[in-house]
Design a protein around this ligand. Structure first.
Ligand code: GPQ
Length: 798
């Protein structure tokens, strides 16, 4: 036990003994693992607040508004960041208890869908670690992202009742309760001042989770709002039943934060979602303002002291909400209020996909938020004057720039007009944001746009997920790489050191063996630990092209059947990921992968050569097990569609080589690691433009490439569906008729890249060298660097 922690561990022991009496046990020996988990978490939470708070920079307080925070398990992470991990591990040893087993008891709080939510979690970790004053604001969903299981190969969903009421890391903070109003009407008072007479009021209760900085004693809240009120409300009262086809009408107020909408990169049109969004914004803005005023600052000082960072457009309503409070409650003039808002809000865009850009039905918006609608109308009107001044009265231009258009409220446009900064999440994405989505806005506001490439926290994604690699890096690197990931550059110096190389290789093999055990346990599939572990783990979406991966697997299977004696480097293809419950085509792809896996895994000729493992219920804790074991990281989206990706960074830092298109952050990964250490393939954004201009016909590829045709026909002829030729029509018709994400166009190039991988793996030394250089050269992708970029380019920009 480290000297500095002796007192704290005495306190810890004291608490353990107290709980022991509390549970009427003779000795802690009798605790179940679940009890250990609860006792450790609760005790450490208390201990954390006993320490003097570490220093934070309060120049500007960052209020990070996000509908999703995919935080993952907190216990191990908090123990590490607080510096208690080793002490508590040693403490438990006296009771023959393994800390890792205790940590497995924690259910992941799955309060997000995918990359966007996980990014928010990494950013909170980095802000605390860098001492950037910050509060995360989200929702305290009762059900997180649904649980996924497979039945006959098909995804089935069930509710994720994650136990928010027993969760040991959060505390209810009754002094922060807020009131949120909906519906009703507005009455003019004077000038821009109105009185809102709402129809319904719901209470928002605050639940705080501690975000612990890495060994700096900084703790900041992630404040999650929970709707609570005994009242029920009738959704019909806002809209005479016109918007609620898919929703129940009589709803308990608590339903507002009952469930996370399971959509990723896709907008939701439902009224309850709009209410959720406003609830989130209203609680958060009120909290931010009251904190600001309680510190003794004036409203004029608000922009100097606060930033409200909008994680995509989901929290856009915070803008008209702050306007409303400033105008109606604080009686500021429009100019004063607008100036405060324009200097306080910043917007991060996470997608260019048109189907993901939020637009709300104007009537629904107006009925639910009549005062906010008036405010948006005025913002829109004043902006129109500005557009006319710049571009003349050009209807075509206005059609693109308007906030209100065609009876819709366009949230991205409201953000660009109102915010002082707009950023994309990787260089290529930020460039496309300007050139494709917002070119006229860029002409109007050339200095608003910038790039901040995403990052990941090395504390969770190396230290916690890959303890063996972490230890090797501790021994190799001078200075704490966990605080400054660029220090990993030093690893370049030992890339030719035999001992280091052997240790690095050994760690990867151990991690693969551990994943093999997990696969055996979950799928009863015994896999070849010496195969290339080729991993695609992410949400299922056509643009991410899991079906491109699948078609190659089928083609490989067919080739191996025809050429049983030819050389082939054994592969294990690992998939994990969920599809939105209403996204039938993505679910069809999941079904196809499972059925093909079943055939291949049961074919004795394929044993130890070609295997497919689809692990159900992808979540943060499962990612932590898969990532350290990967040899190949599949990042194969259609170029221009993946804004950044962050799994690509986690995998490459853990020594997987990327098989990817020039999309999102893959472009920057390639730049950092060097062309020789990454497998690039496929069309680029530029070559896609040419292809589409010439008229793309997927059928031509199908007809001209017998390998592609055979793979497609395997599914079309029912060979993976017991003879039923229609099972995969959804996917196949889309591919053959439109192929909107150019799967066929990239198929051949993808096959060639896979071929190169098979060859490259045979040269173990060269492969290992590439893997090590991936770890050494990707320090840029720490989320600490992302946060520093936010500071210098947006939050604290001079
Ligand atoms: N992203 Cl718009 C999501 O995870 N969900 C969404 O609804 C939207 C974006 C992702 C995006 O697809 C990835 O490319 C990014 O790396 C990630 O956000 C974080 O920026």
């Amino acid at each position: 036990m480290s000297i500095s922690h002796t007192n704290e561990m005495a306190l810890f022991d004291n608490n353990v003994q107290k709980y022991c009496r509390f549970f009427e046990l003779a000795s802690p020996q009798q605790f179940t693992l679940e009890q250990w988990y609860q006792v450790i978490a609760r005790t450490v939470l208390e201990m954390a607040y006993h320490k003097p708070q570490g220093k934070v920079d309060e120049q500007r307080h960052i209020n990070y508004l996000s509908m999703e925070f995919l935080i993952g398990r907190l216990t191990g992470n908090n123990l590490m960041n607080l510096g208690y991990y080793e002490d508590i591990k040693a403490y438990l040893a006296q009771y023959q208890v393994e800390l890792v087993d205790v940590l497995e008891q924690e259910r992941d709080p799955a309060l997000g869908n995918g990359g966007l939510g996980r990014l928010a979690a990494c950013f909170l970790d980095s802000m605390a670690t860098l001492g950037q004053a910050a509060t995360g604001y989200g929702l305290h969903y009762q059900y997180g992202l649904f649980k996924q299981a497979f039945q006959d190969g098909k995804q089935v969903e069930s509710g994720d009742e994650w136990g928010r009421n027993q969760y040991p890391w959060h505390r209810y903070n009754p002094s922060k309760t807020q009131q949120v109003h909906f519906g009703g009407k507005v009455v003019a008072i004077e000038g821009d001042r109105y009185e809102w007479q709402p129809k319904l009021t719901i209470e928002g209760k605050a639940f705080d989770l501690p975000i612990v900085g890495y060994q700096n004693d900084v703790i900041q809240p992630l404040r999650l709002w929970q709707a609570d009120s005994p009242q029920s409300f009738d959704l019909n009262q806002f809209n005479e039943g016109k918007f609620v086809a898919a929703e129940k009408t009589l709803i308990k107020s608590t339903a507002l934060t009952q469930v996370l909408y399971p959509n990723d990169n896709h907008r939701v049109g439902q009224q309850l979602r709009l209410m959720q969004q406003y609830f989130h914004c209203a609680c958060s803005v009120a909290d931010i303002l009251s904190r600001h005023l309680a510190q003794g600052f004036s409203l004029e000082e608000f922009p100097k002291r606060q930033v409200i960072q909008l994680n995509d457009t989901h929290p856009t309503l915070a803008i008209p909400e702050l306007m409303r409070i400033l105008l109606d409650e604080h009686q500021l003039t429009w100019q004063q209020a607008w100036s405060i808002c324009q200097q306080s809000f910043a917007y991060t865009n996470h997608t260019l996909l048109p189907e993901a850009l939020e637009q709300w039905d104007q009537r629904l918006f107006k009925q639910l938020l009549p005062r906010h609608f008036k405010i948006v109308e005025k913002i829109n009107h004043l902006f129109h004057q500005q557009v006319k001044a710049q571009f003349g009265d050009d209807a075509k231009v206005w059609e693109k720039l308007a906030i209100l258009f065609d009876y819709r409220v366009r949230m991205a446009n409201l953000c660009v007009v109102s915010c002082f900064a707009v950023n994309g999440v990787a260089q290529i994405h930020s460039d496309l944001l300007v050139s494709q989505l917002f070119p006229e806005y860029h002409q109007l506001f050339p200095t608003k746009f910038c790039n901040v490439t995403n990052g990941i926290t090395p504390r969770r994604w190396i230290q916690q997920a890959n303890p063996a690699l972490s230890q090797l890096l501790d021994q190799t690197v001078k200075g704490d790489w966990k605080k400054d990931l660029e220090l990993l550059h030093q690893v370049e110096n030992v890339v030719d050191d035999v001992n280091f190389r052997e240790a690095y290789w050994h760690i990867k093999q151990q991690n693969k063996a551990a994943l093999a055990r997990e696969i055996e346990q979950t799928l009863s599939l015994s896999v070849n630990p010496d195969a290339i572990f080729d991993v695609q783990i992410k949400r299922f979406h056509e643009y991410k092209r899991q079906h491109l991966n699948l078609l190659n697997i089928i083609a490989t299977y067919q080739w191996l059947k025809d050429n049983p004696n030819k050389d082939y480097t054994p592969r294990l293809f690992v998939f994990s990921g969920k599809a939105a419950p209403g996204y039938y085509l993505a679910k069809n792809i999941i079904h196809a992968i499972n059925n093909v896996a079943e055939i291949i895994n049961n074919d004795k000729q394929m044993k130890d050569k070609l295997q497919v493992a689809f692990l159900p219920d992808y979540r943060v804790s499962l990612a932590e097990k898969i990532i350290p074991a990967a040899d190949i990281s599949e990042q194969i989206s259609m170029a221009g569609k993946e804004a950044s990706g962050t799994g690509n960074m986690k995998l490459a830092l853990n020594g997987a080589l990327t098989l990817g298109t020039l999309d999102g952050a893959n472009v920057e990964i390639a730049e950092m690691v060097g062309q020789e250490h990454i497998f690039l393939f496929g069309h680029t954004v530029e070559s896609i433009q040419t292809l589409l201009a010439e008229g793309y016909s997927p059928k031509t590829y199908y007809r001209n490439d017998p390998v592609l045709k055979n793979a497609v026909d395997f599914l079309a002829k029912g060979k993976a569906s017991k003879g039923d030729k229609t099972t995969f029509n959804l996917m196949l018709d889309s591919l053959l008729e439109h192929d909107p994400f150019l799967v066929f166009a990239d198929f051949e190039s993808y096959r060639q890249a896979q071929e190169r991988i098979g060859q490259a793996y045979l040269d173990r030394d060269a492969w290992l060298r590439s893997a090590i250089l991936n770890t050494a050269r990707l320090g840029k992708f720490s989320s600490d660097r992302s946060i520093r970029d936010y500071q210098s380019r947006i939050w604290l920009k001079k």
